[in-house]
Design a protein around this ligand. Structure first.
Ligand code: AMP
Ligand code: ZN
Ligand code: ZN
Length: 413
């Protein structure tokens, strides 16, 4: 009887050991991975069965919150870098697409190659650095920040931003990366066409819908290619936008010249936002008082913006910050008169809580629940979420996994 008991216990132990070994081999053979695709300027209202069947299918089989709220300002560089660091712009340093650092005495513009590849601008730890520190690799077929040596590192594989690179080539590059051995933890792709059309023609224009159809086709292409490689159930695909798009009109433009003498300020940005540095600090209060006469906008001194915008404590934030009402814009008289049509179409940058500024989050794959539709959430939590998906230790950040843990298959992930 004792022999029988020992035999049974032994065979149980052997089975348990084999199961454990198989499990660990399986885990080793399938390192966790995310393909993160950004569709710039993707608004939740854009999703419909006619133009975005592939995105909708991905959403139906994965996680699809009602919307994702961007961070302020609702512009491309601040939001992409918040997505990948979990930090608010004031904390990651990219406080706008255009900015001036008074300590460095340097200006930043997204079209300035030298600036975007200079590490001095980029604070915090992007996800590619997080995974590389933990012995995984990464590949970016565009992401703001990927061209700079941050913490002494760029993504393992990266290329210079080239807006003319065909969309299909971006997916090809992502597929080459994800089939590499060892498999990268993070592969990114980026598409600007929907945002560009949204600016030129407006959020609900047929031209914008056509761009949407084309990019949705690329998502379909990516899913089909993953399926062919047998990776559909091994690799997580996360599609995000960075902000939405509000309809604008040359009839809703306020001219800065009508309120202040432009000779008194340096203009860092004008549009949905007015970012001004004052030449003579003694004139600050008086200029602010004059700007406050502007209708359809709110003007603040640096560090006096509403706390919920998390936009304070960084000297790159200009002396005076104006925020136009949704759909309104600011311009200088000369710029406006030289091309009034430029101001009709769409724009973004407004406060994140405007529904028009909301964007999209869709996630599908082994680590995500299937068919989960949830409430809207903030983009600030995406870095924490992706660290949990990849099973890597996050760097310090402003996000909170508790806000998004219900997206995951195993909530303890
Ligand atoms: P925004 O108007 O704020 O949405 O900015 C969109 C523009 O950012 C697009 O027209 C892109 O060409 C540009 N852009 C996006 N990613 C990058 C990058 N990594 N480097 C330079 N420009 C970029
Ligand atoms: Zn954008
Ligand atoms: Zn844009």
């Amino acid at each position: 009887m004792i022999r029988g008991y020992v035999q049974r216990t032994l065979s149980f132990l052997v089975i348990a050991l084999v199961a454990l070994l198989l499990q660990s081999c399986y885990n080793e053979g399938t390192p966790r991975a995310v393909i993160l695709v950004s569709i710039d300027g993707l608004h939740p209202d854009y999703l419909d069965s006619l133009y975005t069947p592939n995105l909708l299918e991905l959403a139906a089989n994965g996680v699809h919150p009602a919307y994702m709220e961007p961070v302020f300002p609702s512009k491309t560089f601040p939001n992409h870098y918040s997505l990948i660091t979990g930090l608010y712009p004031a904390n990651h340093g990219i406080v706008n697409n255009s900015m001036y650092d008074p300590d460095l005495r340097l200006s930043f513009r997204i079209s300035n190659r030298e600036a975007v590849s200079d590490h001095i601008w980029w604070k915090g730890e992007p996800l590619w650095v997080t995974v590389q520190k933990q012995n995984r690799t990464s590949a970016t077929y565009f992401w703001p920040g990927s061209e700079a040596l941050i913490h002494g590192q760029r993504p393992t594989y990266w290329i210079e931003y080239d807006s003319s690179l065909p969309h299909g080539a971006r997916i090809d590059s992502a597929m080459v990366a994800i089939t590499r051995s060892p498999r990268p933890a993070l592969v990114t792709a980026y598409f600007s066409a929907v945002d560009s059309r949204g600016h030129d023609f407006g959020p609900y224009a047929p031209e914008t819908r056509e761009a949407l159809r084309e990019i949705d086709g690329q998502i379909g292409n990516l899913i089909a290619r993953l399926r062919e490689e047998g990776l559909e159930d091994e690799v997580n695909v996360v599609v995000v936008g960075d902000h939405g798009m509000a309809a604008t009109s040359s009839e809703r433009v306020m001219l800065l010249d009508d309120y202040i003498d432009l000779e008194e300020v340096y203009i860092t940005d004008l549009g949905p936002l007015g970012l001004l540095n004052v030449k003579d600090s003694a004139r600050l209060e008086s200029l602010l008082a004059d700007l406050k006469k502007m209708p359809h906008a709110r003007w603040f001194k640096r560090d006096q913006l509403p706390a919920e915008l998390h936009y304070s404590g960084n000297t790159r934030i200009s002396d005076l910050v104006g925020i136009a009402d949704e759909g309104w814009q600011m311009a200088s008289k000369s710029r406006f008169e030289s091309n009034p049509d430029y101001y009709s179409g769409g724009n973004h940058g407004y406060e994140p809580w405007h529904p028009s500024m909301h964007t999209v989050f869709i996630a599908h794959g082994p680590q995500f629940k299937q068919g989960l539709q949830s409430d809207g959430f903030s983009l600030i939590h995406v870095y924490e979420l992706l660290c949990a998906v990849l099973d890597v230790e996050p760097a310090e950040n402003d996000g909170n996994l508790d806000e998004v843990v219900h997206f995951l298959q195993t909530e303890t992930d």
